[in-house]
Design a protein around this ligand. Structure first.
Ligand code: ADP
Ligand code: MG
Length: 597
């Protein structure tokens, strides 16, 4: 177990070397500093409590080394740290915290309580501070470890309090930061509670895969390929998601540099390059990237909150990352790699990749082959990321902001008959049919895209030829501009064949050739004046077809996304085919049924 190191005041010249700037800007950064202190203190069990997205409370209880009274009092002084003694240490920062200013900064803008007790001490110490002013220091009976509670952040700095976002937004940052720390310390047990509801309980894990499974579920683990590649200086480990498993934001991409969650433009660029020809633009595979570089090659101090780093030899870092990812997901090095070999003729997820002998140390995953012919199928249903849980009203409720929405806050109660979803709202009960709801969401997405003249389309890896009847071909030819407007990349290919090379992005699970034929039939039937008018029944049909592919039961985060998306539609109550999406059962009706009225 770690023993409390003694704390010294930093010399002024060191202080001046340290990047100026505020440590805390929002509840999530408070939590991050406190978590890192707990980890530095050797904690194996850490519990986090936040209230109101952390705006009212961020509290962290650890079972680490604790502090005796002298050190506890020193810890809240600016530039008091037990972790950095000399200027030269700045070059080789080993511990997570190092500037000795976090606690002082946090205490100066909050109502702050610290309770701490080192191993074997007769009594613990409790320190109370109010806006940076020491209120009280007293004995406290406490278990070994440290308990820091930060209440009403920025209560004394209205200008900054004003910039805090809504509780759900602040909680999104808290959750993301919490997960980063949990992923970088898998052996430590972490608990996160929001408004007294447990959001995560992550038991101590044997390895990163176990922790990923506990956080994201086993489905993701099945799509991960180990990375293990380096050039003797830069070493890359972790896991890369195999295409097409992906989502539309970077929430699944986590980068550690020398064990610390961090970002760097070079790294993002490398990730993008590695996935460029195996995932459609705008899709992001899960990635748990562990980069090890000699400490002197990275400058972690350019960002006061230590999030962004700068590398001394960026191109070297980039090349190793690209190669590590490609070896893991495709089994070949990138086309630009120097050790290139003759191009492969057979399948493989990329036609530009060349095969390369794997370095002796790198275990190579089997090549990934795309699902549909020549097409990168999307793994999910193009839902946006899940809405974070907390909100004021019923515990565990989720808030959706839209005036036309059938509910303001809701709570997911469960499922009935393996299909219908049951929600609790302020008004009563809601039964929801996810399939009809999905149709409505898709339909409006299509329609809005069309109205705004931007239907994002997604290229197929290989163009797909589709043979049509002469009548179908005539219809397609006539409406080619409209089809392109709808996001279909199409060209005449001679005779009655068209070549399809792109689809609207939200058409995830379709067989391209059959789709073209259906399209043409739709065109033959409808002779309507405007694109929108023509498109409506067609789009309704298309979204119906698309939503039918939704046979499996949705996971909770997907459901939350669907519910939120539905509440934002113009016509949330019916599917485009006119079927109900929700059945509302009001409290009045329930009361009546129970003869309470
Ligand atoms: P830094 O982490 O940069 O040293 P902080 O202001 O975050 O600066 O913390 C000041 C000092 O207080 C730390 O160096 C450490 O000695 C002590 N400390 C802070 N939090 C804890 C904790 N949870 N357990 C034990 N010691 C702590
Ligand atoms: Mg610290």
């Amino acid at each position: 177990m770690t023993t409390p190191a003694s704390i010294r005041l930093l010399p002024d010249h060191v202080i001046n070397q340290i990047a100026a700037g505020e440590v805390v800007d929002r509840p999530a950064s408070v939590m991050k500093e406190l978590l890192e202190n707990a980890l530095d203190a050797g904690a194996t069990h850490i519990e986090v409590d936040v209230v109101d997205g952390g705006r009212r409370l961020v509290r962290i209880v650890d079972n680490g080394s604790g502090m005796d009274r002298e050190n506890a009092l020193l810890s809240i002084e600016r530039h008091a740290t037990s972790k950095l003694r000399e200027l030269k240490d700045l070059d080789t920062i080993g511990t997570l915290g190092f500037r000795g200013e976090a606690l002082a900064a946090i205490a100066s803008v909050s109502q702050f309580t610290l309770v701490t007790q080192p191993e074997g001490a007769a009594a613990g110490t409790e320190i109370l501070m109010f806006g940076g002013k020491l209120q009280d220091v007293r004995d406290a009976g406490a278990p070994k470890g440290t308990d820091v509670a930060v209440r009403n952040l920025f209560f004394n700095v209205p200008a900054r309090r004003k910039f805090l976002r809504s509780a759900p937004t602040e909680f999104t940052h808290i959750r993301q930061t919490f997960l980063l720390e949990a992923l970088s310390h898998v052996e430590v047990e972490f608990v996160l509670r929001a408004d007294e509801t447990e959001v995560y309980r992550l038991p101590s894990a044997a390895d990163l895969t176990d922790r990923i499974r506990d956080i994201y579920g086993g489905d993701m683990v099945g799509h991960l390929r180990p990375m293990n590649f380096g050039n003797g200086v830069v070493e890359v480990g972790g896991y890369a998601g195999a295409p097409p498993f992906s989502r539309m934001d970077r929430e699944w991409q986590v980068v550690f540099i020398n064990g610390r969650p961090a970002s760097s433009p070079v790294v993002n660029f490398a990730i993008q390059s590695a996935y460029r020809d195996v995932l459609p633009g705008g899709r992001y595979a899960p990635l748990f990237l562990n980069i090890q570089v000699p400490p002197e090659m990275v400058d972690v101090n350019i960002h006061p909150a230590k999030k962004e780093v700068r590398f001394r030899r960026p191109t070297e870092v980039r090349d190793v990352i690209v190669e590590a990812i490609r070896l893991a997901i495709v089994g070949t090095a990138p086309a630009t790699a120097k050790r290139g070999m003759p191009p492969r003729s057979s399948a493989g997820a990329s036609n530009t990749a060349v095969s390369a002998p794997p370095p002796p140390s790198a275990p190579v995953a089997p090549p990934v082959v795309a699902g549909a012919p020549g097409m990168q199928r999307q793994a999910d249903l193009s839902f946006a990321p899940p809405v974070p849980p907390p909100s004021p009203s019923p515990p565990g409720a989720v808030a959706v902001a839209s005036s036309s929405a059938p509910w303001r806050d809701y709570r997911l109660l469960g499922r009935v008959g393996g299909l219908y979803v049951v929600l609790e709202t302020a008004e009563g009960l809601v039964l929801l049919d996810p399939r009809s709801a999905h149709e409505r969401v898709l339909y409006e997405r299509f329609l809005h895209g069309l109205e705004e003249g931007r239907v994002p389309s997604q290229g197929l890896l290989k163009p797909v030829p589709a043979a049509l009847s002469p009548a179908q071909m005539t219809a397609v030819r006539k409406h080619l501009p409209l089809l392109r407007q709808l996001g279909f990349g199409m060209e005449e290919f001679g005779g009655d064949t068209v070549l399809l090379d792109a689809l609207p992005v939200w058409l995830a699970d379709v067989e391209p050739a059959a789709l073209v034929s259906d399209l043409a039939d739709g065109l033959l039937q409808g002779a309507r004046p405007s694109a929108q008018e023509w498109a409506k029944p067609f789009l309704a049909d298309l979204s119906g077809r698309q939503a039918v592919a939704l046979r499996r039961e949705l996971a909770d985060p997907e459901l939350h996304a669907l519910i939120r998306d539905l509440s934002r539609t113009d016509m949330p109550y019916t599917s485009p085919a006119g079927k109900p999406t929700v059945v509302l059962i009001g409290l009045r009706e329930l009361n009546r049924k129970f003869a309470r009225e």
